[in-house]
Design a protein around this ligand. Structure first.
Ligand code: 3HC
Length: 287
């Protein structure tokens, strides 16, 4: 199916939003990154420029291709920059109310055939779609993985009202962005986090109960299971607060206490040790 998309708008210029925008621009789409914060947009552009020059150094892209991709990128702190978008991909903080507020504004603005997509890692797509009224058939989950330029997967999640056309266009777009789209239904954590997070949570229990030191837990999973990162290092990479949040969504959504976040994981979050982003989580990144 033809996705019919020329312009991609991304809301949120953090790690995920920035990564999605970079991949869209490199794949030939006119791309708008919208964020309220001018500083966040500056950081996002800086990271794009750094990663794209690295792609040239590594021989993965020519200088001309990088210049063309940079030319397709617009960094905007005004919503009007998104007027021509054929799809809006939201990648802001994992908060139902914040996301719903954004989407209700988008539904008023985009009344044509535009797709409204959320990069949520665990919030119900059907619940988010209630904020867009009649546009619920154009609403879908498009879950990318960090680091977006490297990870091949897009988990595509249909809400109750998502139309077949929206799903097909989203899969075609993912394909055009060089990703592999895999469908999942709208249940807490979808597939990715339903399987990944309990493993990470269990690694915290193993550490808490003294089964092994954190570096040994990670080494066992890296060398024994061929994981690129051990579960505790991966938790730091994702953000320990995000891990707790996703466990809470699983516990509530699946109504089962076995998904409760490990007390040690929660304690690190209370201490402000959130992982890479604060310089310390399970491991110390300050040096
Ligand atoms: N952005 C762009 N490219 C990046 C990157 C980033 N943030 N970080 C690493 N890369 C690239 C590097 O440039 C390098 O490419 P090159 O060899 O061509 O230069 C390549 O990735 C490998 O990087 P490194 O050699 O520095 O390091 P590693 O070989 O250890 O790979 C890794 C780093 C790709 C992050 C790897 O460790 C990995 O795959 N880890 C697991 C990541 C993972 O599981 N992600 C999913 C998280 S869950 C999620 O996002 C969902 C959410 O809902 C929780």
């Amino acid at each position: 199916m033809d996705h019919g998309i020329k312009t991609v708008a991304v809301i949120g210029s953090g790690q995920m939003g920035g990564g999605i925008a970079q991949v869209a621009a490199v794949s030939g789409f006119d791309t708008v990154v919208y964020d309220l914060s001018g500083d966040a947009l500056k950081r996002c552009k800086g990271l794009h420029d750094k990663l794209l020059s690295r792609a040239v150094e590594k021989g993965r892209m020519s200088e001309d291709d990088v210049t063309a991709a940079q030319g397709r990128l617009t960094y905007a702190d005004s919503m009007s920059a998104m007027d021509n978008a054929d799809i809006v991909i939201e990648a802001v903080v994992e908060d139902l109310d914040v996301k719903k507020k954004i989407f209700s504004g988008l539904a008023d603005k985009f009344t044509g055939n535009q797709i409204l997509a959320s990069n949520t890692s665990s919030i119900s797509i059907t619940a988010l779609a209630t904020s867009v009224g009649d546009a619920a058939d154009r609403f879908i989950g498009m879950h990318f993985f960090n680091p977006v330029p490297v990870m091949k997967l897009v988990e595509v999640i249909n809400g109750l009202a998502t139309s077949e056309e929206t799903t097909a266009r989203t899969i075609a777009l993912s394909d055009a962005m060089g990703k592999v789209a895999v469908p999942a239904n709208d249940r807490a954590g979808f597939v990715s986090n339903r399987v990944l997070m309990p493993m990470i949570n269990e690694a915290f229990y193993a550490w808490m109960e003294g089964v092994a030191e954190p570096e040994h837990i990670d080494e066992i999973m890296k060398l024994g299971m061929a994981h690129p990162m051990g579960p505790l290092r991966l938790a730091d990479f994702i953000g320990l607060d995000t891990c707790v949040h996703i466990m809470d969504v699983l516990a509530e959504g699946l109504n089962n206490d076995r998904y409760r976040a490990c007390p040690l994981l929660k304690q690190l979050v209370v201490a402000g040790r959130l992982g890479n982003k604060t310089g310390r989580g399970v491991f110390d990144y300050s040096k």
